[in-house]
Design a protein around this ligand. Structure first.
Ligand SMILES: [Mg+2]
Length: 376
């Protein structure tokens, strides 16, 4: 063990903030409606004056984590890092893994803050630290929430009119209901633009196969989470009978899930989200397993602001097998508290800033108004 005084940096303070942002309108998926982003911000300070900021977005129905629970766990984890080296990300994250099982969402905010801090320390944008280049075109989809066929068709049309060229559709009813939804959307937007669908685990194996076969002629790019996560070993059965490619989402949290999904030959695609994987460290492992197995990936979101999505965008520039981008959560928020960071432009193009670190930050006036806890 090197003497701690030889470390270039030491963590002096960890700030925990609860951030709640109303959505412009309720977003409905098969697991229920969402009306607010209820996120946690972790800011890690050092004795060199550099700090790193991370964010996570717990979905109780997917993570089994909540904003209040995340804050309580963060108060347990943060003291473990005081006076430790923030650049030793592997050691720091192993400490969190040993301290408490599961809880990948809150761990991801700590992980993201360390990567932001390290990239700032190295004076390079995060994508560069991760070995990527800022040349890939990141084109986000826009997601149509669950509703009547008429409402969903109208929403899809409004996204096309706004210039988006990738549309994701939430499904999860009976075969007749879901086919009616996709038919109405196709009638409204035409056949040019491929659609992605996401059942959020709502279908049984039989319904999944039945619905996916019935949707064959509607030019569907892929289907996320057709069946419950606990039934992931049956995804291979759905995949074998489906004319539409299958993507793992809720069945893929971490690298261990990725390994099992490869062994079971279950899916065509992985959907990687930092709030599921436990952060960038594990997301790198998932993308690497995918690369080794010839699987291509999407990056996705919960309800992160542009800070969390900026970190995700940097990560996606580091892997050539990340080819689909579902980065639309900030566009659903009624306010944007982030300065710097990614910029959205016409067609859903996402530009990544050439600033050291994640390149995004929260205004200190904004943070001062949030419920907070300081650990030092
Ligand atoms: Mg999904």
């Amino acid at each position: 063990m090197p003497d701690s005084t030889s470390y270039p940096l030491r963590i002096t303070k960890v700030e925990i903030y609860e951030m709640t942002i109303p959505l412009k309108s309720p977003f409905v998926i098969s697991l229920g409606p969402i009306t607010h982003a209820e996120n946690i911000i972790i800011r890690i300070h050092t004795d060199a004056g550099i700090y790193g900021t991370g964010e996570c977005s717990p979905f109780p129905t997917i993570h089994g984590e909540t904003q209040a629970g995340n804050k309580a766990v963060a108060k347990v984890l943060a003291p473990l890092w005081i006076r430790k080296d923030p650049l030793a990300i592997e050691d720091r994250m192993d400490e969190l893994e040993r301290a408490i099982a599961f809880n990948p969402c809150i761990k991801s905010a700590f992980d993201m803050a360390l990567f932001d801090l390290k990239a700032k320390y190295c004076q390079m944008p995060l994508y560069q630290l991760l070995g990527g280049s800022n040349t890939k075109v990141l084109e986000t989809d826009m997601t149509v929430g669950l509703g009547t066929p008429e409402k969903m068709a109208k929403e899809a049309q409004s996204f096309i009119e706004a210039g988006f060229t990738n549309i994701k559709i939430k499904l999860g009813g009976t075969t007749a209901q879901d086919v009616a939804r996709i038919r109405a959307i196709r009638e409204a937007i035409g056949s040019e633009i491929p659609l992605r669908i996401d059942a959020n685990q709502a279908w049984s194996v039989d319904t999944a196969i039945h619905t996916l076969v019935a949707l064959e002629s509607f030019d569907i790019e892929h289907c996320e989470a057709p069946i419950p996560h606990w039934n992931a070993h049956q995804l291979s059965l759905v995949r074998a009978k489906s004319p539409i490619s299958i993507m793992a989402d809720e069945a893929l949290f971490n690298q261990h899930d990725a390994t099992r999904l490869v062994q079971w030959n279950s899916v065509d695609y992985f959907n990687i989200k930092l709030s599921k994987s436990g952060g960038i460290r594990n997301a790198i492992r998932i993308a690497s397993i995918a690369q080794a197995a010839g699987i291509q990936c999407q990056v996705g979101c919960f309800s992160e602001t542009r800070l969390g999505i900026s970190a995700l965008a940097h990560f996606s520039l580091a892997f050539s097998n990340i080819i689909h981008f579902d980065m639309d959560s900030p566009l659903m928020h009624s306010e944007d508290p982030v300065s710097g960071g990614i910029a959205y432009s016409k067609g859903g193009i996402v530009k990544v800033p050439e600033i050291p670190g994640i390149g995004a930050d929260f205004d200190s006036n904004y943070l001062s108004q949030l419920p907070q806890q300081v650990i030092q």
